[in-house]
Structures are given as structure tokens and as C-alpha cells.
Design a protein around this ligand. Structure first.
Ligand code: SF4
Length: 215
């Protein structure tokens, strides 16, 4: 595996090797697992829970020229965790790391606030692939397959990106004007006026966010 150039094909090859490495020396297996989880934080969850048939299907999907929504969301997930771990490891010198954009800034704010990072990362990793946090969670734990998220719907992905967290929040209410424009209203505002009724989109950081469950 090339540590400087993470790639999902190599990740799934390594996961399948580990799955089949029953007779390999324990120290070698442990070293491989450490390397894998440093390059692809969260990947060992797939090793524990995803079947070999599905790992092979994921490898084949990543080798194909067509990029699936599943691939995009899983890549985002690892990338966000890599960034989070790098930022956390800098401790008092965090200011030295430059945020790469609004999502990076929101991630750092979340870490600085001490909030639970896992739900935030699941939600944000899925946004550009129009995938809910719960769907991505299912994907990473083997309860959903890559083939469940094949085609990329440009309009849906665009909608998700422009809404940010509201896209996948159970408190979000959508309203449609007579001309077809869609507005998003925060339902939490009705009982907690501290939440803006019409928050500026995309919302990248919100203490009230609660992800939708998978139907
Ligand atoms: S609680 Fe936050 S994320 Fe949820 S709809 Fe309201 S503003 Fe959007």
C-alpha cells in the first residue's frame, strides 16, 4: 500500500488479504492492520463485519471506471477521519495546519468543541454522494452493499451539497413554491427559537442535527 496515495482498490485488496491470512504470523497481521487503519481510519469495521463476497464486490466496483456513490462516500469517510486524526495529533499547534475549506473549518470546530465526531463524519461523508448518515453507517457495517448505491443522481447530489447537514436532518422541513423552488426550514426553530427558521445553506455545523434513519 502506498501511504502517500490512499486508494480504495488497495484498501479492499488489503482487507481481503487479511481476511484470508489465517496462517500468517500474528505480528505480520497486526502490522498490516495498523497500517490499514492509519491509511483508512474505520476500515477495520469492514474487516469485522462485511462478508468476503461483499468485500470482493467492493473491490471490483472500485476497479471499474464508473465511480459509484458508495465509493465516493467511503472515500470521503476515510479522508475526513484522516484529517480529524491529523488535526487532533497536533494538540497545541493546531493553528499551524491550514483548513482546506468550509468543511475543514467545520470539522476543526467540531473537534475543538469536543462534540461526538462519529455522527458528524458519517453525515458529512455522505453529503456529496447524496447518502444519509444512516445509509453510510449501514454500508460500513455490511448491512448495505455497494451495489445499493451505484448511479449518481446529479440533481440529488447537488441538492445534498447545497443543503449540507439539513439534507439529512430529521428536523428539516422542505417547502416548495408555486414556481417549483425548494426551501428548507428548520423544524427545531418551532420549539427552540435559538435555531434559525431558515438557516443559511449549506449548514456545515449544527448542534441540533439528528440524522434520518434508513427506511
Ligand atoms: S437542526 Fe440544524 S441541521 Fe437540522 S434542520 Fe435545523 S438547522 Fe438544519
Amino acid at each position: 500500500m502506498d501511504e502517500n496515495n490512499p486508494c480504495l482498490v488497495e484498501k479492499y485488496e488489503a482487507l481481503l488479504e487479511l481476511r484470508n491470512a489465517k496462517s500468517a504470523p500474528k505480528t505480520q497481521v497486526q502490522a498490516q492492520m495498523r497500517l490499514l487503519s492509519s491509511m483508512y481510519p474505520g476500515a477495520l469495521r469492514e474487516l469485522d463485519r462485511v462478508s468476503s463476497a461483499e468485500l470482493t464486490a467492493r473491490l471490483n466496483a472500485c476497479r471499474s471506471a464508473v465511480r459509484s456513490r458508495a465509493e465516493e462516500a467511503v472515500e470521503n469517510y476515510h479522508q475526513l477521519w484522516r484529517e480529524a486524526l491529523a488535526y487532533k495529533s497536533t494538540r497545541g499547534e493546531r493553528h499551524r495546519l491550514e483548513a482546506k475549506g468550509p468543511r475543514s473549518q467545520a470539522l476543526r470546530a467540531r473537534i475543538d468543541d469536543g462534540g461526538n465526531l462519529n455522527p458528524w463524519i458519517f453525515a458529512h461523508a455522505g453529503i456529496s454522494a447524496a447518502m444519509s448518515a444512516a445509509e453510510l453507517r449501514h454500508l460500513m457495517s455490511g448491512q448495505a452493499c455497494f451495489e445499493d448505491f451505484p448511479a449518481r443522481s446529479t440533481s440529488l447530489a447537488g441538492e445534498a451539497q447545497s443543503a449540507g447537514l439539513c439534507f439529512d436532518c430529521e428536523h428539516c422541513r422542505t417547502l416548495q413554491s408555486a414556481k417549483g423552488s425548494v426551501f428548507r426550514r428548520c423544524g427545531r426553530h418551532d420549539r427552540e427559537p435559538g435555531f434559525r427558521k431558515y438557516p443559511p445553506l449549506p449548514v456545515l455545523l449544527c448542534a441540533g442535527f439528528e440524522g434520518l434513519a434508513v427506511e
